[in-house]
Design a protein around this ligand. Structure first.
Ligand SMILES: [Cu+2]
Length: 186
């Protein structure tokens, strides 16, 4: 009988783990229909309060599948990292206060806990970019990655083109934030 007990236990642990990491509305869906070559940019600093300078660009590919993010930032503090970064639900308000960006972009209602498991990005909050792709370290960073769940399709929950990106200290305090706007390329 002992093996049945162990089997039941393992099954329960697995079920629990799945429940904990999946949103109330299920796993995030891969975005297949981004407008081809759509381009958005978030410029830092959003205001004079932060020393972080640079930009985050987000571009969809020719086939509309996924979004390529490029972080080019400098002026990050020497202390307080590694820094996490997320797409947040609201844009930065006029006063530049990063608190106004509210929570992470989380259209599947997963919540922040437990932490995102990089090997199962579909179970993470859509906005948890550093959870899915790694935190940033050092005073300057150049980092590229493809995210399959953040969307450049206006009107759907995972759309971030009218929202913000927030960089946090390791203690989760908000360090800097900026709004995405459509990038008019010449
Ligand atoms: Cu955040």
């Amino acid at each position: 009988m002992w093996f049945l007990t162990i089997f039941a236990f393992l099954f329960a642990v697995r079920a629990l783990a799945q429940n904990q990491t999946t949103g109330k509305l299920g796993d995030a869906m891969v975005v297949m229909n981004n407008p081809p070559m759509a381009s958005y940019v978030a410029m830092f600093p959003r205001n004079g309060m932060s020393k972080v300078k640079g930009k985050v660009t987000a571009m969809s590919g020719k086939d509309g599948k996924g979004v390529n993010f490029s972080l080019m930032l400098q002026g990050l503090p020497k202390e307080g990292g590694p820094f996490s970064f997320h797409l947040h639900d609201q844009p930065v308000p006029m006063d530049g206060n990063c608190t106004g960006t509210k929570a992470h972009l989380d259209p599947y209602q997963r919540g922040q806990t437990p932490a995102c498991d990089m090997s199962m990005p579909q179970t993470c909050e859509v906005g948890d970019l550093s959870g899915k792709h790694g935190k940033i370290e050092g005073t300057r960073v150049s980092k590229n990655f493809m995210d399959m769940y953040a969307a450049l399709v206006p009107g759907i929950g995972a759309f971030f083109g009218n929202r913000s990106i927030v960089i946090h200290y390791s203690n989760s305090t908000r360090l800097a934030c900026a709004n995405f706007t459509m990038d008019m390329m010449d």
